[in-house]
Design a protein around this ligand. Sequence first.
Ligand code: FES
Length: 131
Amino acid sequence: MAERLSPDVYSEVLIDHFQNPRNAGVMEDADAEAYVTNPVCGDSLRIFLKFEDGFIARASFLSSGCPASIATSSAATELVVGRTPEDAATLSRDDYADAVGGLPRAKVHCSVLAASAVSQAVEQWRAKTAS
Ligand code: FES
């Protein structure tokens, strides 16, 4: 059954990200990508990052998940652009939750997918570029 997107439960920002996801889709020329799943609910996220001159230039995502995970993934693709890999890796699940106007208590864990995926993609980039 589809989850109800009540404004009493979710912020307007979250609902907008869920209904109009930013940067959704595969990035064919990505420099790094990561795939993460939530072992409890089975929701998943694949994130793609493109780097230029030491900064994240573009980000995109594919998600199969709840509204909160899709919205925080969408917000993540905006939040990480313009940051260095080091800076992006320091973003926490709270930062992603804040980016969608906060999450209801029962959905706080949903922002872990975005935080984990960004961290793993940055790690992949660091490993590729380490000399
Ligand atoms: Fe699975 Fe939200 S319920 S990530």
